[in-house]
Design a protein around this ligand. Structure first.
Ligand SMILES: Nc1ncnc2c1ncn2[C@@H]1O[C@H](COP(=O)(O)OP(=O)(O)OP(=O)(O)O)[C@@H](O)[C@H]1O
Ligand SMILES: [Mg+2]
Length: 434
Protein backbone atom coordinates (compact mmCIF):
# COMPACT_ATOMS: atom_id res chain seq x y z
CA UNK A 1 0.00 0.00 0.00
CA UNK A 2 1.70 3.15 1.22
CA UNK A 3 5.15 1.68 0.90
CA UNK A 4 5.01 1.74 -2.88
CA UNK A 5 6.11 4.99 -4.45
CA UNK A 6 3.22 6.34 -6.50
CA UNK A 7 2.18 9.69 -7.78
CA UNK A 8 -0.03 11.49 -5.30
CA UNK A 9 -3.71 11.93 -5.98
CA UNK A 10 -3.81 15.06 -3.82
CA UNK A 11 -0.89 17.39 -3.27
CA UNK A 12 -1.05 20.55 -1.16
CA UNK A 13 1.75 23.09 -1.41
CA UNK A 14 2.54 25.80 1.11
CA UNK A 15 -1.07 26.22 2.20
CA UNK A 16 -1.75 29.24 4.36
CA UNK A 17 -5.22 30.09 5.64
CA UNK A 18 -6.12 33.27 7.43
CA UNK A 19 -9.51 34.53 8.54
CA UNK A 20 -10.44 38.18 8.98
CA UNK A 21 -11.09 39.11 12.58
CA UNK A 22 -14.44 40.84 13.11
CA UNK A 23 -14.55 44.66 13.05
CA UNK A 24 -11.47 44.90 10.86
CA UNK A 25 -9.15 43.99 13.72
CA UNK A 26 -6.69 42.35 11.36
CA UNK A 27 -6.43 38.69 10.56
CA UNK A 28 -5.95 35.40 12.27
CA UNK A 29 -3.74 32.65 10.83
CA UNK A 30 -5.24 29.18 11.16
CA UNK A 31 -2.91 27.18 8.92
CA UNK A 32 0.69 27.94 8.06
CA UNK A 33 2.84 26.37 5.35
CA UNK A 34 1.06 23.08 5.06
CA UNK A 35 2.63 20.66 2.61
CA UNK A 36 1.15 17.25 2.22
CA UNK A 37 0.37 14.55 -0.29
CA UNK A 38 -2.11 11.73 -0.34
CA UNK A 39 -1.14 8.75 -2.47
CA UNK A 40 -3.50 6.52 -4.40
CA UNK A 41 -4.98 3.87 -2.14
CA UNK A 42 -3.43 5.03 1.11
CA UNK A 43 -5.16 5.74 4.39
CA UNK A 44 -3.86 8.81 6.16
CA UNK A 45 -4.96 9.81 9.65
CA UNK A 46 -4.78 13.43 10.76
CA UNK A 47 -4.40 13.96 14.48
CA UNK A 48 -4.40 17.28 16.25
CA UNK A 49 -5.97 19.10 19.12
CA UNK A 50 -9.27 20.85 18.87
CA UNK A 51 -8.83 24.13 17.02
CA UNK A 52 -5.59 23.16 15.29
CA UNK A 53 -7.27 23.57 11.91
CA UNK A 54 -8.03 20.00 10.85
CA UNK A 55 -11.51 20.72 9.48
CA UNK A 56 -10.28 23.87 7.78
CA UNK A 57 -7.52 21.87 6.07
CA UNK A 58 -10.00 19.22 4.90
CA UNK A 59 -12.29 21.90 3.50
CA UNK A 60 -9.41 23.45 1.57
CA UNK A 61 -8.29 20.09 0.14
CA UNK A 62 -11.90 19.36 -0.83
CA UNK A 63 -12.13 22.73 -2.56
CA UNK A 64 -15.00 23.92 -0.36
CA UNK A 65 -13.10 27.00 0.79
CA UNK A 66 -10.09 28.60 -0.87
CA UNK A 67 -6.64 28.77 0.71
CA UNK A 68 -5.31 32.25 1.35
CA UNK A 69 -2.00 31.23 -0.21
CA UNK A 70 -0.60 28.07 -1.73
CA UNK A 71 -2.12 25.53 -4.09
CA UNK A 72 -3.92 22.20 -4.02
CA UNK A 73 -3.65 19.81 -6.96
CA UNK A 74 -5.91 16.83 -7.34
CA UNK A 75 -5.28 14.25 -10.08
CA UNK A 76 -2.73 16.75 -11.36
CA UNK A 77 -5.27 19.56 -11.76
CA UNK A 78 -5.30 22.78 -9.77
CA UNK A 79 -8.28 22.83 -7.40
CA UNK A 80 -10.29 26.04 -7.82
CA UNK A 81 -13.76 24.85 -6.71
CA UNK A 82 -15.34 21.72 -5.24
CA UNK A 83 -12.81 18.91 -5.78
CA UNK A 84 -14.54 16.17 -7.83
CA UNK A 85 -12.10 13.53 -6.52
CA UNK A 86 -13.32 13.91 -2.94
CA UNK A 87 -16.42 13.12 -0.88
CA UNK A 88 -16.59 14.14 2.77
CA UNK A 89 -18.37 12.66 5.74
CA UNK A 90 -18.85 15.54 8.15
CA UNK A 91 -18.97 15.56 11.90
CA UNK A 92 -22.39 17.25 11.81
CA UNK A 93 -24.40 15.12 9.44
CA UNK A 94 -25.40 18.02 7.19
CA UNK A 95 -28.55 16.39 5.78
CA UNK A 96 -31.27 18.39 4.11
CA UNK A 97 -34.33 18.00 6.35
CA UNK A 98 -36.88 18.38 3.56
CA UNK A 99 -35.44 15.50 1.53
CA UNK A 100 -35.86 11.78 2.19
CA UNK A 101 -32.92 9.49 2.91
CA UNK A 102 -32.79 8.44 -0.71
CA UNK A 103 -33.06 12.00 -2.02
CA UNK A 104 -30.28 13.09 0.33
CA UNK A 105 -28.06 10.29 -0.95
CA UNK A 106 -28.88 11.02 -4.60
CA UNK A 107 -28.22 14.72 -4.23
CA UNK A 108 -24.48 14.51 -4.85
CA UNK A 109 -25.02 12.38 -7.96
CA UNK A 110 -27.47 14.87 -9.37
CA UNK A 111 -24.77 17.51 -9.14
CA UNK A 112 -22.43 15.18 -11.05
CA UNK A 113 -25.00 14.89 -13.83
CA UNK A 114 -25.77 11.18 -13.34
CA UNK A 115 -29.01 10.08 -15.04
CA UNK A 116 -32.06 9.46 -12.76
CA UNK A 117 -32.23 5.71 -13.28
CA UNK A 118 -28.55 5.18 -12.43
CA UNK A 119 -28.86 7.64 -9.54
CA UNK A 120 -31.59 5.58 -8.01
CA UNK A 121 -29.76 2.27 -8.41
CA UNK A 122 -26.54 3.58 -6.96
CA UNK A 123 -28.30 5.25 -4.04
CA UNK A 124 -30.20 2.09 -3.14
CA UNK A 125 -26.95 0.12 -3.14
CA UNK A 126 -25.20 2.65 -0.92
CA UNK A 127 -28.17 2.78 1.48
CA UNK A 128 -28.06 -0.99 1.68
CA UNK A 129 -24.32 -0.98 2.31
CA UNK A 130 -24.67 1.24 5.39
CA UNK A 131 -27.50 -0.85 6.80
CA UNK A 132 -30.42 1.52 6.12
CA UNK A 133 -32.37 -0.81 3.88
CA UNK A 134 -36.07 -0.02 4.42
CA UNK A 135 -35.49 3.62 5.40
CA UNK A 136 -35.21 5.01 1.87
CA UNK A 137 -38.30 7.20 2.19
CA UNK A 138 -37.79 8.32 5.79
CA UNK A 139 -37.00 11.95 6.56
CA UNK A 140 -33.95 12.91 8.64
CA UNK A 141 -36.08 13.95 11.62
CA UNK A 142 -37.37 10.39 11.87
CA UNK A 143 -33.83 9.03 12.25
CA UNK A 144 -31.58 8.64 15.27
CA UNK A 145 -28.14 10.28 15.26
CA UNK A 146 -26.44 7.05 14.29
CA UNK A 147 -28.83 6.52 11.38
CA UNK A 148 -28.33 10.10 10.21
CA UNK A 149 -24.62 9.50 10.07
CA UNK A 150 -25.21 6.29 8.12
CA UNK A 151 -26.91 8.53 5.55
CA UNK A 152 -23.81 10.74 5.74
CA UNK A 153 -21.63 7.75 4.85
CA UNK A 154 -24.01 6.57 2.10
CA UNK A 155 -23.97 10.03 0.54
CA UNK A 156 -20.17 9.89 0.36
CA UNK A 157 -19.93 6.25 -0.75
CA UNK A 158 -22.49 6.65 -3.53
CA UNK A 159 -20.23 9.02 -5.42
CA UNK A 160 -17.59 6.33 -5.58
CA UNK A 161 -14.87 8.96 -5.36
CA UNK A 162 -11.18 8.10 -5.46
CA UNK A 163 -10.72 9.90 -2.12
CA UNK A 164 -12.88 9.86 1.00
CA UNK A 165 -12.48 12.40 3.78
CA UNK A 166 -13.80 11.57 7.23
CA UNK A 167 -13.93 14.55 9.59
CA UNK A 168 -14.48 12.90 12.98
CA UNK A 169 -17.68 11.29 11.74
CA UNK A 170 -18.30 9.52 15.03
CA UNK A 171 -17.71 12.36 17.46
CA UNK A 172 -21.26 13.73 17.50
CA UNK A 173 -22.73 10.31 18.34
CA UNK A 174 -23.20 8.83 21.76
CA UNK A 175 -20.40 6.44 22.59
CA UNK A 176 -22.18 3.16 22.02
CA UNK A 177 -23.62 4.24 18.68
CA UNK A 178 -20.21 5.56 17.69
CA UNK A 179 -18.50 2.31 18.60
CA UNK A 180 -21.08 0.31 16.72
CA UNK A 181 -20.89 2.37 13.53
CA UNK A 182 -17.11 2.57 13.69
CA UNK A 183 -16.99 -1.21 13.86
CA UNK A 184 -19.25 -1.56 10.83
CA UNK A 185 -17.31 0.94 8.75
CA UNK A 186 -14.04 -0.76 9.70
CA UNK A 187 -15.60 -4.07 8.63
CA UNK A 188 -16.53 -2.67 5.23
CA UNK A 189 -12.93 -1.63 4.95
CA UNK A 190 -11.50 -4.93 5.93
CA UNK A 191 -13.79 -6.68 3.46
CA UNK A 192 -11.98 -4.71 0.76
CA UNK A 193 -15.02 -2.83 -0.51
CA UNK A 194 -13.02 0.39 -0.74
CA UNK A 195 -9.62 -1.10 -1.36
CA UNK A 196 -8.73 1.22 -4.21
CA UNK A 197 -9.74 4.34 -2.33
CA UNK A 198 -7.56 6.86 -0.58
CA UNK A 199 -8.78 8.08 2.78
CA UNK A 200 -7.94 11.09 4.86
CA UNK A 201 -9.46 10.68 8.30
CA UNK A 202 -9.52 13.15 11.15
CA UNK A 203 -9.75 11.45 14.50
CA UNK A 204 -9.08 12.02 18.18
CA UNK A 205 -8.67 8.35 18.73
CA UNK A 206 -5.02 7.26 18.53
CA UNK A 207 -5.86 3.56 18.52
CA UNK A 208 -8.26 4.10 15.65
CA UNK A 209 -5.51 5.89 13.70
CA UNK A 210 -2.97 3.12 14.33
CA UNK A 211 -5.57 0.46 13.48
CA UNK A 212 -6.58 1.92 10.14
CA UNK A 213 -3.90 4.23 8.80
CA UNK A 214 -0.82 3.69 6.68
CA UNK A 215 0.47 7.04 7.83
CA UNK A 216 -0.36 9.40 10.67
CA UNK A 217 0.07 13.16 10.29
CA UNK A 218 0.31 15.19 13.46
CA UNK A 219 -0.95 18.73 13.30
CA UNK A 220 0.35 21.29 15.78
CA UNK A 221 -1.70 24.35 16.73
CA UNK A 222 -1.46 28.15 16.71
CA UNK A 223 -1.21 28.31 13.80
CA UNK A 224 -1.87 24.83 12.46
CA UNK A 225 1.26 23.23 10.99
CA UNK A 226 2.37 19.69 10.32
CA UNK A 227 4.62 18.61 13.17
CA UNK A 228 5.55 15.41 11.45
CA UNK A 229 4.37 12.06 10.26
CA UNK A 230 4.70 8.47 11.35
CA UNK A 231 4.50 5.48 9.06
CA UNK A 232 2.38 2.70 10.46
CA UNK A 233 4.08 -0.23 8.78
CA UNK A 234 2.30 -2.95 10.74
CA UNK A 235 0.85 -5.96 8.92
CA UNK A 236 -2.96 -6.13 8.59
CA UNK A 237 -5.27 -6.98 10.18
CA UNK A 238 -3.64 -5.27 13.10
CA UNK A 239 -3.33 -6.86 16.46
CA UNK A 240 -3.81 -4.40 19.32
CA UNK A 241 -1.87 -6.60 21.70
CA UNK A 242 1.24 -6.69 19.57
CA UNK A 243 4.14 -4.84 21.24
CA UNK A 244 4.82 -2.78 18.09
CA UNK A 245 1.20 -1.66 18.00
CA UNK A 246 1.42 -0.55 21.62
CA UNK A 247 4.74 1.17 21.04
CA UNK A 248 3.32 3.22 18.17
CA UNK A 249 0.30 4.19 20.24
CA UNK A 250 2.64 5.18 23.10
CA UNK A 251 4.83 7.27 20.80
CA UNK A 252 1.91 9.14 19.33
CA UNK A 253 0.43 9.61 22.77
CA UNK A 254 3.69 11.17 24.01
CA UNK A 255 3.75 13.45 20.97
CA UNK A 256 0.15 14.54 21.42
CA UNK A 257 0.63 15.39 25.07
CA UNK A 258 3.90 17.28 24.47
CA UNK A 259 3.11 19.91 21.86
CA UNK A 260 6.69 21.25 21.75
CA UNK A 261 8.25 17.87 21.03
CA UNK A 262 9.54 16.98 17.55
CA UNK A 263 8.39 13.75 15.97
CA UNK A 264 11.97 12.59 15.48
CA UNK A 265 12.67 13.16 19.20
CA UNK A 266 10.37 10.35 20.10
CA UNK A 267 12.86 7.78 18.98
CA UNK A 268 11.65 4.49 17.62
CA UNK A 269 11.75 2.20 20.62
CA UNK A 270 15.11 0.52 20.67
CA UNK A 271 15.54 -3.10 21.60
CA UNK A 272 14.74 -3.16 25.25
CA UNK A 273 14.83 -5.98 27.65
CA UNK A 274 11.32 -6.53 28.89
CA UNK A 275 12.23 -6.01 32.52
CA UNK A 276 13.67 -2.60 31.65
CA UNK A 277 10.57 -1.23 30.04
CA UNK A 278 8.82 1.69 31.69
CA UNK A 279 5.49 2.39 30.09
CA UNK A 280 5.02 6.16 30.02
CA UNK A 281 3.11 7.55 33.00
CA UNK A 282 0.23 9.85 32.08
CA UNK A 283 1.14 13.27 33.46
CA UNK A 284 -1.61 13.71 35.99
CA UNK A 285 -1.27 14.89 39.55
CA UNK A 286 -2.69 12.87 42.40
CA UNK A 287 -5.04 15.76 43.23
CA UNK A 288 -6.48 15.61 39.73
CA UNK A 289 -6.88 11.85 39.85
CA UNK A 290 -8.68 11.86 43.18
CA UNK A 291 -10.87 14.77 42.06
CA UNK A 292 -11.93 12.81 39.00
CA UNK A 293 -12.65 9.67 41.03
CA UNK A 294 -14.77 11.59 43.52
CA UNK A 295 -16.75 13.19 40.73
CA UNK A 296 -17.43 9.86 39.04
CA UNK A 297 -18.27 8.28 42.38
CA UNK A 298 -20.88 10.98 43.03
CA UNK A 299 -22.55 9.98 39.78
CA UNK A 300 -22.97 6.44 40.91
CA UNK A 301 -19.61 5.14 39.73
CA UNK A 302 -19.68 5.79 36.00
CA UNK A 303 -19.73 8.81 33.73
CA UNK A 304 -19.47 9.77 30.10
CA UNK A 305 -16.03 11.14 29.22
CA UNK A 306 -17.27 13.79 26.80
CA UNK A 307 -19.90 15.03 29.26
CA UNK A 308 -17.37 15.21 32.07
CA UNK A 309 -14.97 17.17 29.88
CA UNK A 310 -17.68 19.62 28.97
CA UNK A 311 -18.77 20.08 32.54
CA UNK A 312 -15.20 20.60 33.74
CA UNK A 313 -14.47 22.82 30.74
CA UNK A 314 -11.48 20.67 29.91
CA UNK A 315 -10.40 19.48 26.50
CA UNK A 316 -11.14 15.77 26.20
CA UNK A 317 -7.39 15.25 25.62
CA UNK A 318 -6.53 16.90 28.94
CA UNK A 319 -9.19 15.01 30.83
CA UNK A 320 -7.95 11.84 29.15
CA UNK A 321 -4.55 12.27 30.82
CA UNK A 322 -6.23 12.12 34.20
CA UNK A 323 -8.46 9.23 33.19
CA UNK A 324 -5.45 7.37 31.78
CA UNK A 325 -3.68 7.77 35.10
CA UNK A 326 -6.70 6.38 36.93
CA UNK A 327 -6.72 3.44 34.50
CA UNK A 328 -3.00 2.77 34.97
CA UNK A 329 -3.63 2.65 38.71
CA UNK A 330 -6.61 0.36 38.23
CA UNK A 331 -8.91 2.88 39.86
CA UNK A 332 -11.09 3.09 36.77
CA UNK A 333 -11.77 1.55 33.40
CA UNK A 334 -12.46 3.42 30.18
CA UNK A 335 -14.59 1.67 27.64
CA UNK A 336 -16.67 3.14 24.87
CA UNK A 337 -16.19 6.59 26.35
CA UNK A 338 -17.53 5.59 29.76
CA UNK A 339 -15.32 6.02 32.81
CA UNK A 340 -16.21 3.41 35.43
CA UNK A 341 -14.75 3.13 38.90
CA UNK A 342 -13.26 -0.17 40.01
CA UNK A 343 -13.67 -1.37 43.58
CA UNK A 344 -10.26 0.10 44.44
CA UNK A 345 -11.25 3.35 42.75
CA UNK A 346 -14.44 3.57 44.80
CA UNK A 347 -12.54 2.78 48.00
CA UNK A 348 -9.93 5.44 47.16
CA UNK A 349 -12.59 8.06 46.42
CA UNK A 350 -14.31 7.46 49.76
CA UNK A 351 -11.31 6.92 52.02
CA UNK A 352 -9.95 9.31 54.63
CA UNK A 353 -6.56 10.76 53.79
CA UNK A 354 -4.41 8.13 55.54
CA UNK A 355 -6.34 5.20 54.09
CA UNK A 356 -6.28 6.78 50.66
CA UNK A 357 -2.50 6.98 50.87
CA UNK A 358 -2.34 3.29 51.77
CA UNK A 359 -4.53 2.37 48.81
CA UNK A 360 -2.53 4.59 46.49
CA UNK A 361 0.75 3.08 47.71
CA UNK A 362 -0.48 -0.44 47.12
CA UNK A 363 -1.59 0.43 43.57
CA UNK A 364 1.61 2.19 42.50
CA UNK A 365 3.79 -0.57 43.93
CA UNK A 366 1.79 -3.18 42.04
CA UNK A 367 1.28 -1.33 38.81
CA UNK A 368 3.93 1.32 38.18
CA UNK A 369 7.32 -0.21 37.35
CA UNK A 370 9.09 3.15 37.47
CA UNK A 371 8.03 3.85 41.05
CA UNK A 372 8.78 0.27 42.07
CA UNK A 373 12.27 0.64 40.66
CA UNK A 374 12.91 3.98 42.40
CA UNK A 375 11.57 2.70 45.73
CA UNK A 376 13.53 -0.54 45.63
CA UNK A 377 16.74 1.20 44.61
CA UNK A 378 16.40 3.72 47.47
CA UNK A 379 15.64 0.98 49.99
CA UNK A 380 18.68 -0.99 48.90
CA UNK A 381 20.93 1.90 50.00
CA UNK A 382 22.06 2.15 53.60
CA UNK A 383 21.37 5.88 53.57
CA UNK A 384 18.04 5.37 51.81
CA UNK A 385 19.06 8.20 49.46
CA UNK A 386 20.19 8.57 45.89
CA UNK A 387 20.86 11.50 43.60
CA UNK A 388 17.83 12.22 41.44
CA UNK A 389 20.22 12.46 38.47
CA UNK A 390 20.77 8.72 38.70
CA UNK A 391 17.10 8.07 37.93
CA UNK A 392 16.94 10.86 35.38
CA UNK A 393 19.78 9.16 33.48
CA UNK A 394 17.87 5.90 33.47
CA UNK A 395 14.78 7.68 32.20
CA UNK A 396 16.84 9.33 29.47
CA UNK A 397 17.50 5.85 28.13
CA UNK A 398 13.79 5.38 27.64
CA UNK A 399 12.41 8.77 26.78
CA UNK A 400 13.48 11.94 24.99
CA UNK A 401 14.90 14.59 27.34
CA UNK A 402 11.77 16.70 27.94
CA UNK A 403 9.64 13.65 28.37
CA UNK A 404 11.99 12.00 30.84
CA UNK A 405 11.85 15.17 32.94
CA UNK A 406 8.05 15.01 32.97
CA UNK A 407 8.10 11.31 33.74
CA UNK A 408 10.36 12.04 36.69
CA UNK A 409 8.10 14.83 37.97
CA UNK A 410 5.02 12.66 37.75
CA UNK A 411 6.78 9.77 39.50
CA UNK A 412 7.86 12.15 42.29
CA UNK A 413 4.32 13.49 42.69
CA UNK A 414 2.89 9.97 42.94
CA UNK A 415 5.72 8.59 45.10
CA UNK A 416 5.45 11.48 47.54
CA UNK A 417 1.72 11.11 47.93
CA UNK A 418 2.17 7.38 48.52
CA UNK A 419 4.80 8.30 51.13
CA UNK A 420 7.31 6.05 49.41
CA UNK A 421 10.00 8.70 48.99
CA UNK A 422 10.74 12.37 49.47
CA UNK A 423 12.37 14.64 46.94
CA UNK A 424 14.68 17.47 47.90
CA UNK A 425 14.59 19.57 44.76
CA UNK A 426 17.31 21.96 45.98
CA UNK A 427 19.93 19.33 46.68
CA UNK A 428 18.60 16.97 44.00
CA UNK A 429 18.18 13.97 46.33
CA UNK A 430 15.52 11.33 46.61
CA UNK A 431 15.12 9.62 49.98
CA UNK A 432 13.03 6.60 50.92
CA UNK A 433 10.29 7.41 53.43
CA UNK A 434 9.81 3.98 54.91
N1 LIG B 1 -15.00 30.63 8.91
C1 LIG B 1 -14.19 30.90 9.94
N2 LIG B 1 -13.99 32.18 10.34
C2 LIG B 1 -13.16 32.46 11.36
N3 LIG B 1 -12.46 31.56 12.04
C3 LIG B 1 -12.61 30.27 11.70
C4 LIG B 1 -13.48 29.87 10.64
N4 LIG B 1 -13.41 28.52 10.52
C5 LIG B 1 -12.55 28.10 11.47
N5 LIG B 1 -12.06 29.14 12.18
C6 LIG B 1 -11.10 29.06 13.28
O1 LIG B 1 -9.99 28.30 12.83
C7 LIG B 1 -9.48 27.50 13.89
C8 LIG B 1 -9.42 26.07 13.46
O2 LIG B 1 -10.72 25.56 13.30
P1 LIG B 1 -11.01 24.08 12.79
O3 LIG B 1 -12.46 23.88 12.88
O4 LIG B 1 -10.35 23.87 11.48
O5 LIG B 1 -10.23 23.23 13.90
P2 LIG B 1 -10.28 21.66 14.16
O6 LIG B 1 -8.86 21.22 14.31
O7 LIG B 1 -11.10 20.99 13.14
O8 LIG B 1 -10.98 21.57 15.59
P3 LIG B 1 -11.95 20.43 16.19
O9 LIG B 1 -11.05 19.29 16.60
O10 LIG B 1 -12.57 21.10 17.37
O11 LIG B 1 -12.93 20.06 15.13
C9 LIG B 1 -10.39 27.73 15.09
O12 LIG B 1 -9.78 28.67 15.93
C10 LIG B 1 -11.65 28.30 14.47
O13 LIG B 1 -12.29 29.16 15.37
MG1 LIG C 1 -12.90 19.94 13.21
Amino acid sequence: MATQIKSPIIAAQDIVKTFELPDGKGEFTVLENINLTIQHGEIVALLGRSGSGKSTLLRILAGLIPATRGAVHSSGKLVTGPNPDVAIVFQSFALLPWLTVQENVELGLEALGVAPQERQERALKAIDLVGLDGFESAYPKELSGGMKQRVGFARAFVKNPPVLFFDEPFSALDVLTAENLRGEITDLWERGIFSARSVLMVTHNIEEAVTLADRVLILGANPGHIRGELLIDLPRPRDHNEPRFEELVDRIYILMTNPEMQVQDVTPPREKKDDMRFPPLPHARVGGISGLLELVDERGGSADLAELAEELRLEVDDLLLIVDAAVVLDFATLENGQVKLTDDGRAFANADILTSKDIFRKQVMERVPLIQMITQTLKSRKSGSMRAAFFEDILDEHFPADESERQFKTAVDWGRYAELFEYDAVGGWLTATR
